[in-house]
Design a protein around this ligand. Structure first.
Ligand code: IMP
Length: 197
C-alpha cells in the first residue's frame, strides 16, 4: 500500500524507511506532494499525530501516516513533552534544544534525571477516516549530563538507554529501533493493521 508519510523531520523519515520496509508499505514523504507541515495545535501526542495524518491525506488523496513524539522529563514536570521540537523556540535546532535541556537540568542530580520518549503513530485511510489505526510506544531512560554519540537525531545524544548504558545516539539504527518508542509504536500499529484486515 502506498502511504504518505506526514513528517518533514529527516531523522524520522530515515527511521520510518527502516521500520516500514519489512511491512510492505511503500511510503512517499509529504514533501513529494509539496505539502507543508500543518501547525501542531493539539495538546496531546494523539491529537497532533491525527491532525498531521488527516492533513496529509486531505492534501494528497492518499492514506497517510504521522508520528507525534517527544521527550518527557520528570524533573521538569513532563516538559518539553509535545513541545519537544520547539523547546528552545519555533526555529530551534536539535543542538539548541539539547543545550536548553542540559541547562535546565544543570542542578539536577543523576538519580533525579529520569525521562521517557513517547510516540503516537496514526494511520488514516482518508482525511475523514472515522477509525484510524493507532500505535503508541514509550522508552524509559535518563538524561545524561553531556551529549554522547553521533547517531540518531533530536535528544538522542543526551538520552541514556538503561539497558545498554549507552546514549540513544551511541546505538546502531537496528538497536535503537528494537528499544525505541517509535519502534514500539509502529509494531503496535502494524499488529492492529494485521488484526483488522
Ligand atoms: P514532533 O513529533 O514533530 O512534534 O517532534 C518531536 C520532537 O521530539 C523531535 O523534533 C525531537 O526533538 C524529539 N524526538 C522525538 N523522537 C525522538 C527520537 O527518537 N530521538 C530524539 N529525539 C526525538
Amino acid at each position: 500500500m502506498r502511504v504518505v508519510l506526514a513528517t518533514g523531520n529527516a531523522g524520522k523519515v530515515r527511521e520510518f524507511a527502516d521500520l516500514l520496509a519489512p511491512a510492505g508499505f511503500e511510503f512517499v514523504t509529504q514533501a513529494t506532494f509539496g505539502i507543508e507541515p500543518p501547525e501542531e495545535t493539539g495538546h496531546t501526542f494523539l491529537d497532533n499525530a491525527l491532525l498531521k495524518a488527516r492533513y496529509a491525506a486531505s492534501r494528497s488523496g492518499l492514506p497517510a501516516m504521522a508520528d507525534d513524539s517527544g521527550l518527557e522529563v520528570d524533573a521538569l514536570q513532563g516538559a518539553p513533552g509535545v513541545y519537544s521540537a520547539r523547546y528552545a523556540g519555533p526555529q530551534a535546532s536539535d543542538a539548541d534544544n539539547v543545550d536548553k535541556l542540559l541547562k535546565a537540568l544543570a542542578d539536577v542530580p543523576q538519580r533525579a534525571r529520569s525521562a521517557r520518549f513517547r510516540c503516537v503513530i496514526a494511520l488514516v485511510m482518508r482525511a475523514d477516516d472515522p477509525a484510524p489505526y493507532i500505535g503508541t510506544g514509550v522508552w524509559e531512560g535518563r538524561i545524561l549530563s553531556a551529549p554522547r554519540g553521533t547517531g540518531g537525531f533530536g535528544y538522542d545524544p543526551v538520552f541514556e538507554d538503561p539497558g545498554s548504558a549507552r546514549s540513544a545516539a551511541e546505538l546502531g539504527a537496528a538497536e535503537k529501533h528494537a528499544r525505541s518508542h517509535r519502534g514500539m509504536a509502529l509494531a503496535a500499529l502494524l499488529a492492529e493493521w494485521q488484526r483488522r484486515r
